[in-house]
Design a protein around this ligand. Structure first.
Ligand code: ADP
Ligand code: 3PG
Ligand code: MG
Length: 397
């Protein structure tokens, strides 16, 4: 099996060098850092390179999907956070294509790469401009490795070797375990809103899974496909046939909600403008919308999940952003956070799933692994090729 060349394999390569490190700091919104997890998880790579004698570590990331410069998505707020964490002043480069890195700083952060079109277009010219910042190249941005962007793809041609950072290497190791060799019994818990986005990963994981629990808005497409009334809940009508086939094929493995927490109207503001009611069974009456799994479901799923030795969880099982509909996600998250003490492995992936953990103040350390990747983690588990991983130099195992 080929393995990725990591910075740990050749620490001497960085001595006296400037190192370009692609990170995924897609955490700035409205001028503020939303969550520091993705930043903090890259600190070991930065510290490792400095200890290996790197002259300068140049960090580069995107945030959001700006068309061009957009101050509310500037990465500047991250400078202070990094400076505090690293106990040294971090420099900043505003004009990425034309600017130079200040020489008196060991750690530099570049401005949001997506302020320049070349990043998204995988433009070799933009990639060349980026490569001026580093004698060596490291990818520690697992979360964006599924995008063919200049800093994770076109940039490869300017380096003879491309290294994996410590976070990226850990992501690949832990997610490979889930994808290729899960501990058994292996259970998968899915939720969230978009069925179509999750079809490839559902199809891949169901092969290995002993049980698969489907909650969240996704569940209503499956229930409707089974012929159950789902009232006015969100349904992907174009995927009903697919869902029907999936259920027929994997009937014995699939768990769908047995009851729900519903509202009378589409929720626009939490706690306002709707009535809430629990259903008696899996059916939802006309005029009602399913927003969370019910008590009976939570109890059944809890008992079943306890039998697993490994669990992969992606997607909140309800509209967890509102207290009225957070119970399912919260109680299952609390249950799963206790598995580590019993030697069971829980791997969590997905932007909203991770955001739900932080909303409920459940520490990420309580899990075997919490991925920093959303779409990238799902693509990896679905067996897709990720451009940002393809470019990394391979070593023989
Ligand atoms: P992740 O980012 O973890 O992969 P998704 O993006 O697929 O998760 O889905 C998360 C979103 O799904 C959240 O905003 C959540 O509120 C929403 N959601 C979950 N269940 C429901 C539901 N029953 N009705 C409406 N929205 C839901
Ligand atoms: C993510 O948050 O999933 C990554 O940073 C990729 O962002 P993108 O979906 O805007 O390319
Ligand atoms: Mg999401």
């Amino acid at each position: 099996m080929t393995k990725l060349l990591t910075i740990k394999d050749e620490p001497e390569a960085f001595k006296g060098k400037s190192v370009f490190v692609r990170v995924d700091y897609n955490v700035v919104k409205n001028g503020e850092i939303q969550d520091t997890y993705r930043i903090d998880r890259t600190l070991p790579t930065i510290r490792f390179l400095l200890e290996a004698g790197a002259k300068q570590v140049v960090l580069a990331s995107h945030s959001g999907r700006p068309k061009d410069r957009d101050e509310s998505l500037s990465l500047r707020p991250i400078v202070q956070h990094l400076s505090e964490k690293l106990s040294e002043e971090v420099g900043f480069v505003e004009d990425v294509p034309n600017g130079t890195a200040p020489e008196d700083r060991r750690v530099i952060l570049l401005e949001n790469l997506r302020f320049w079109k070349g990043e998204k277009d995988d433009d070799p010219k933009f990639a060349e401009a980026l490569s001026r910042f580093g004698d060596e190249y490291v990818n520690d941005a697992f979360g964006v490795s599924h995008r063919k962007n200049a800093s994770v793809s076109a940039i490869a041609q300017f380096y003879t070797k491309r290294y994996a950072g410590l976070l990226l290497a850990e992501e690949v190791e832990k997610l490979s375990e889930v994808r290729d060799n899960p501990d058994k019994p292996f259970h998968v818990l899915f939720g969230g809103a978009k069925v179509r986005d999750k079809i490839p990963v559902l199809e891949a994981l169901v092969q290995k899974a002993d049980r698969i629990f489907i909650g969240g808005a996704m569940a209503y497409t499956f229930l409707k496909a089974k012929g159950v009334d789902v009232g006015n809940s969100i349904v992907d009508n174009d995927r009903l046939e697919w869902a029907k086939e999936f259920l027929n094929h994997y009937k014995s493995k699939v768990y769908l909600p047995k009851d729900h927490v519903c509202a009378t109207a589409e929720v626009e503001k939490c706690g306002d403008g709707y009535e809430v009611r629990d259903t008696q069974d899996e059916r939802i009456e006309d005029g009602w919308i399913g927003y969370d799994i019910g008590w009976n479901t939570i109890k059944t799923w809890k008992d079943a999940l306890k039998e697993a030795n490994m669990v992969f969880w992606n997607g909140p099982v309800g509209y967890y952003e509102c207290e009225d509909f957070e119970c399912g996600t919260k109680l299952l998250a609390i249950l799963l956070s206790g598995f580590k003490d019993d030697g069971k492995k829980v791997v969590v992936g997905g932007g909203d799933t991770v955001a739900a953990l932080s909303r409920f103040s459940i520490p990420y350390e309580d899990f075997h692994f919490v991925s920093t990747g959303g779409g990238a983690a799902l693509d990896f588990l679905a067996g897709k090729h990720l451009p940002g991983l393809e470019i990394i130099t391979k070593k023989e195992a």
